[in-house]
Design a protein. Structure first.
Length: 426
């Protein structure tokens, strides 16, 4: 019996499995990150300076919208990118118009951060982790004497249109009382949050707003500024994007088009909004984006393919974009689950053996950074990564060619649910 055991051990040692060879190759092509905690020393992040040289857009993903460790790691990366790499713009997967209030807080201290976060329409960002990041932004800006060095906070999404209409009313109240009264009559203010979420401006009103803005451009700019006029035009674009997305959603429900049409409508709009932000902020501006892995992916992500925000940004900005996905092994997350589905703390299912998640976990490192360009320089890893690999996707999984989807991946072994600002079902 001892002889057989010894023989088996010898065979494994002499002829390691493909999985073992891949794991060993990964060990030399990955970087250990020492912590996810914001405010920590950044010696372990200094290697990013070379990888991110000449990048204008850094996209930070997440496998779930409710993982505390993802949020903390992204906060820490934001601190590094702002303080050491010169990024001054931040964009999140959230309502464009509503985020102007958060921007006013970050820049000027207007309002109260927690109250502003809880006024958002979607739950993922209403957490202690995001609140800590926003308060760090505010504290950073207070220290800056030069206004050009301050961080700006943007929403890049267009899933709601009500607040864009309210911003337009404010603009026209200053510049065109007659048209302001027309908008008030056709789109009265709404107090109920659910009704705000369901609000959709009609196509004729959107086109009329655009026409009036263009026709009276010089007059409106003389009463306000070019910047105020450009912002109002963007709010009109948000209304149009929202209208088009809702039309696509209705067609999906009716079975007239595929779900891809809906993702294409939303993600192309988010990419357009990122471009608008960069155009407004000038040719030297750089932005850090915060969104789900699916949105920042640059091609090949299941259900999104070439219709993700990241794929559109890649077409526009090419090598100036760098997308970092996030994956994890085990733990909990805040999300929808159960029957009937409700928001609460969910447990991640066991990962598939042989998946990307499983193999990178075998490195026995709690936090791992893998740059796919560096990794695919290895012949064995290139062959492995050029085949479909499975990673986390909310409470399920997604399979794709990872180097096509992302430039890098951060793997965090054990994770916990985000800490909401309000009680939720456990």
């Amino acid at each position: 019996m001892r002889f057989l055991i010894l023989l088996l051990w010898l065979l494994v040692w002499l002829f390691p499995s493909d999985e073992t060879l891949i794991r060993d190759a990964l060990a030399s092509k990955t970087t250990l990150l020492t912590t996810i905690e914001p405010g920590s020393e950044t010696n372990d992040l200094q290697f990013l300076s070379v990888l991110l040289k000449d990048k204008r857009i850094i996209s930070l993903g997440e496998a779930t919208h409710g993982t505390s460790e993802f949020f903390k790691a992204k906060h820490r990366l934001l601190e590094y990118l702002v303080e050491q790499e010169g990024y001054r713009l931040f964009g999140i997967e959230e309502n464009f118009a509503l985020c102007s209030l958060l921007n006013a807080y970050v820049l000027h201290g207007k309002g109260e951060a927690k109250q502003l976060l809880t006024s958002l329409y979607v739950w993922p960002w209403q957490t202690q982790e995001v609140l800590a990041m926003i308060n760090w932004m505010r504290a950073y800006n207070i220290r800056q004497l030069n206004a050009n060095e301050k961080i700006k906070f943007f929403g890049i999404d267009m899933q709601q249109g009500y607040d864009a209409m309210e911003e337009l009313k404010t603009f026209f109240k200053l510049t065109d009382q007659d048209f302001y009264q027309t908008l008030v009559a056709s789109s009265p203010s709404i107090a109920n949050k659910q009704e705000k979420i369901m609000y959709v401006a009609d196509s004729a009103t959107i086109e009329k707003i655009d026409f009036v803005l263009q026709k009276n451009k010089n007059h409106y700019q003389s009463l306000t500024s070019e910047k105020a006029w450009q912002l109002s035009l963007q709010h009109a674009n948000i209304l149009r994007q929202h209208y088009q997305m809702r039309k696509a959603y209705d067609k999906v429900k009716q079975g007239k088009v595929s779900y891809r049409q809906l993702t294409q409508s939303r993600d192309s709009s988010m990419a357009i909004n990122v471009k608008w932000i960069l155009d407004q902020e000038g040719p030297n501006s750089k932005i850090v984006l915060w969104a789900h892995n699916a949105h920042i992916s640059q091609g090949g992500y299941p259900g999104y393919k070439d219709a993700s925000m990241g794929s559109y940004l890649k077409r526009i900005y090419g090598k100036q974009v760098y997308a970092i996905g996030f994956d994890c092994l085990a733990g909990t997350y805040t999300g929808l689950g159960g029957s009937p589905r409700k928001l609460g703390v969910q447990t991640l299912p066991t990962v598939e053996k042989g998946s990307f998640t499983d193999i990178i976990n075998q490195l026995n490192k709690p936090i791992v950074y893998i740059d796919f360009k560096t990794a695919t320089a290895d012949t064995l890893l290139n062959k492995w990564l050029e085949s479909p690999q499975t990673i986390r996707y909310h409470g399920s999984t997604a399979t794709g060619i990872l180097p096509n989807c992302f430039d890098a991946m951060i793997f965090i072994r054990n994770t916990t649910a985000t800490k909401p600002l309000y009680p939720i079902d456990k």
